[in-house]
Design a protein around this ligand. Structure first.
Ligand SMILES: [Zn+2]
Length: 538
């Protein structure tokens, strides 16, 4: 049976740019467009040439090899001809394969925001599409506020969409700009658009996630006949974000209700790169991946309770809706105080540690873990620390170095301009092969100073930890009052892209951080020697 093609349109670089706290440089945009192009998206929308220096520079050359490179911009202004509109001229000159015009399709916005007549707006849509086609570019039109516009004035919203289609737009994209439309409304309105004469093969959907249903709305539009989806990596975007293309790609590929009827540019082999794509993007944004993200999160295939864990070991299908390997993720059976013995054996096995059920060292390990978890350690969030603890207990960790101690001083003073200045100085002493190495470092924060000092001189191991990066640092105060216990969780990564989590617990935040830092370094040295096991979602 031939399957219908769904086209994937990524707008991470344009609509995703609207995310609070996200501001792409030209270099960021080049790196992200390479990721998108290599992964296999049909369309990569790069931004709005002419609107800002970054986007203008980005569109100075075509940035994709396989994907169609799309420039975004306004339709021509009312009252002037297409050939006299400088904004449109910039858009036509940008080095893109396609142009996505944004057009008003709600009469209220035409009147209030554009201040032109309904007819003039239709003329702008028509002339802009024709100008793009005249410049040998694929044209598409984002009908802004289409669903709200349709509810207010269906005739006019349809007239906008039809004008774009009849002028030769390859895609007419129906936008849920405010993100409040419900899946059943999407389905009904898309069906009405198709009934009005625009085929689904020329219709796209652009949903926002303001009611948490952007993915559901995209699927509802597909069910109703749309054949292009616009969304972003990890669902970034203005307010609550756009439709998450990572989730949509996995669902369209792995759920028979869709995969039996539709195909995308992402074949099963490419799909195994989905987790890496999602994490690489977070890396570029310098934020830590969402552990609970569907399909690609580190917890997406994690099981905690003991009885589930033993059943999982017998037959993974019992507790998984798809296989983690299909999206390049990993199964993760977590250690926790709820876990039974089989849970531990399983967790160890996952890391390549074989231990017999009746080995007394196993009982010893279980009691150490339970004792430590009672004092505040959380091993289920710190795979690497758990592995190190297990290997230490079972006696399989080489002694790379000895820690002799550390000291941290924090000074708060006024600088020559009378401003408050805080400086932290850390001294770390370790010994390698009987030789003591002492390092001093300064930074604003004490943990940062400690980290700098710790990694300043590692003797013969120095080159081995050069690519170690602390990706995230989380502090939790475990019980109130002045005697609170502090738990520090550190996420580390290196040039191989693998991530690992370590934990430290102490009455002192600096000491807790030091423990987690030490575990991270030791894990890295283990990993370099292929002595460490695999961690989920690496
Ligand atoms: Zn949008």
């Amino acid at each position: 049976m031939t399957r219908e093609r769904i086209y994937l349109f990524d707008t991470t670089l344009r609509d995703g740019q609207q995310t609070p706290g996200v501001d792409f440089s030209v270099e960021d945009k080049i790196a992200i467009s390479n990721l998108l192009d290599e992964f296999g998206f049909d369309y990569v929308e790069g931004g709005y040439p002419g609107a800002n220096p970054t986007d203008t520079a980005f569109f100075a050359q075509k940035r994709t090899e396989k994907a169609a490179f799309v420039a975004f911009g306004m339709t021509k202004r009312a009252g002037i001809s297409a050939s006299n509109d400088p904004g449109l001229a910039t858009l036509l000159q940008a080095k893109s394969d396609a142009i996505c015009f944004v057009a008003k399709s709600w009469d209220y916005h035409v009147r209030v925001a554009l201040g032109c007549s309904n007819e003039e707006n239709l003329e702008s849509i028509r002339d802009s599409v024709e100008a793009a086609r005249g410049a040998a570019k694929e044209a598409m039109v984002d009908c802004e506020h289409f669903f709200d516009g349709y509810k207010a004035n269906p005739e006019y919203a349809l007239a906008c969409a039809k004008t774009a289609y009849e002028a030769g737009a390859r895609w007419v994209v129906l936008c849920d700009t405010n993100g409040g439309t419900q899946p059943n409304e999407i389905r009904e309105i898309v069906a009405a658009v198709i009934a009005a004469g625009i085929p689904g093969t020329a219709l796209g959907i652009h949903p926002h996630d303001d009611t948490g249903q952007a993915v559901a709305n995209a699927l509802a539009a597909i069910e109703a006949g749309c054949r292009q989806i616009q969304g972003t990596l990890n669902g970034i975007g203005e307010r609550c974000g756009n439709a998450n293309l990572v989730t949509l790609i996995a669902t369209l590929s792995l759920k028979p209700v869709y995969s039996s009827r539709f195909e995308t540019s992402i074949d099963p082999e490419r799909l195994t790169g989905l987790t890496a794509l999602s994490h690489a993007f977070d890396e570029l944004l310098n934020r830590s991946p969402n552990h609970q993200a569907p399909y690609v999160g580190a917890s997406a295939f994690a099981t905690k309770a003991g009885i589930h864990a033993s059943a999982l070991l017998k037959d993974p299908r019992t507790y998984e809706h798809v296989t983690p390997e299909s999206v390049g993720n990993f199964r993760k059976v977590m250690v926790s105080d709820q876990g039974g013995k089989s849970n531990f054996i399983n967790a160890l096995k996952r890391r390549g540690i074989e231990v017999a059920k009746d080995d007394p060292k196993l009982d010893q390990l279980i009691s150490i873990v339970k004792e430590r978890e009672a004092t505040g350690y959380a091993y289920e969030g710190a795979d690497a620390s758990f592995e190190l603890l297990a290997r230490r207990t079972l006696g399989t960790i080489p002694e790379f170095f000895k820690t002799e101690g550390f000291r941290v001083m924090i000074e708060r003073r006024f600088d020559s301009l009378g401003r408050i200045k805080i400086v932290s100085e850390a001294v770390v002493k370790i010994s390698i092969d009987g030789q003591t190495l002492m390092s001093v470092a300064e930074a604003e924060g004490p943990v940062n100073a400690l980290d700098l000092a710790l990694r300043k001189d590692f003797g013969k191991y120095q080159h081995e930890i050069d690519d170690l990066v602390l990706a995230d640092f989380k502090v939790r105060i475990l019980n109130g009052g002045t005697e609170a216990i502090t738990r520090v969780l550190i996420e580390s990564t290196d040039s191989s892209g693998v991530r690992w989590w370590t934990v430290g617990v102490s009455e002192n935040i600096i000491d807790a951080s030091f423990q987690a830092l030490m575990d991270s370094v030791i894990y890295k040295l283990m990993k370099n020697r292929e002595l460490a096991g695999k961690i989920a979602a690496e």
